[in-house]
Design a protein. Structure first.
Length: 309
């Protein structure tokens, strides 16, 4: 398959590596002057998280160009990863549509802007091929891809996208309604809101909060989601028992959740504690990201093995 990756930031480069790891011919386009250097610099770390591939193998299947028209010509998939700005994406997809094949799947990695708004000014045949394919970071490792069609997205486009990303080892989940931020990021935002509240309230510091999460909900939710967890927590009576006995208390507890204000002092506290726990700068980032990737890969492998026992 020939794939164009539009936008060579962190998400775009990770997509490019994943696509290349599955044997696809990938063209990366971005106006940045250091495009080739950015690809070359990113690939060693990305390849390390893609077993069976090395940076040279991946690079042999990735080419670069500053010319958008050249990048999207003759492709079956366009994966857009531009800035989270509606007008920018509208213009970008209008340009893509002028040069990409009439049957190319048009996907945006947008983390919050719905496809209906992006496609608002596009002709029906183009809007029918456009949808959100939102990965969870880092996209070359974390399985989820949220597939979110717009109001004019064709059902055949949704089906093709579901099959395509599944063939790339991803776990595509279709959302049945558009809403800003989609589903996974909204869940993440709810957790982060309370996490920041607990840190600013002095209950725990940032490092302790992360330890708390990893030693409880993080591990649990990698195995069972919130509803299955609640269902199993009710014993033989399941979620019905839990709702009857804990439902009213849950609703009361939601009223006690924090709503922190992210003013200057709050940001300084969160940033200072996080950097104290994990370091800062390029070298600290490389070390922590590599550790994260190793752990995520080990978890993915363990879960796959457990599913097939």
């Amino acid at each position: 398959m020939r794939i164009a990756v539009v936008g060579a930031g962190t998400i775009g480069l990770a997509w490019a590596a994943l696509f290349a790891a599955y044997g696809n011919d990938v063209t990366v386009t971005d106006p940045r002057d250091d495009l080739d250097a950015a690809v070359d610099e990113a690939l060693p770390m990305l390849a390390a998280a893609l077993p069976g591939n090395d940076a040279a193998d991946l690079r042999s299947r990735i080419r670069t160009t500053h010319d958008l028209a050249e990048a999207v010509a003759g492709v079956q998939l366009v994966q857009e990863n531009g800035p989270e700005k509606l007008e920018f994406k509208r213009q970008l997809f209008a340009d893509i549509a002028r040069h990409a094949p009439d049957d190319a799947l048009l996907a945006t990695s947008s983390s919050g802007i719905v496809a209906t708004l992006i496609a608002e000014r596009l002709p029906d045949p183009v809007a029918a091929r456009l949808l959100v394919a939102h990965p969870f970071n880092p996209p070359h490792i974390v399985p989820l891809v949220e597939i979110v069609p717009g109001e004019r997205t064709a059902e055949t486009t949704v089906e093709a996208a579901m099959a395509l990303y599944a063939a790339l080892g991803k776990t595509p989940v279709r959302l049945h309604k558009e809403l800003p931020g989609f589903a996974a990021n909204r869940l993440q935002s709810a957790v982060l809101q309370e996490a920041i509240h607990l840190v600013l309230s002095g209950v725990v510091d940032a490092g302790e909060l992360d330890t708390l999460m990893k030693a409880s909900l993080g591990g649990r939710y990698a195995v069972v989601g919130p509803f299955e967890s609640f269902h199993l927590g009710g014993g033989p009576g399941g979620i019905r028992h839990m709702m009857e006995h804990l439902g009213p208390g849950l609703a009361e507890g939601w009223q006690r959740l924090g709503h922190p204000e992210l003013d200057g002092d709050a940001v300084a506290t969160v940033v200072g504690q996080t950097e104290a726990a994990y370091g800062s700068g390029p070298e600290a980032y490389r070390q922590r990201a590599a550790l994260r990737d190793r752990k995520q890969l080990a978890l993915n492998a363990a879960l796959r093995q457990a599913d097939h026992v």
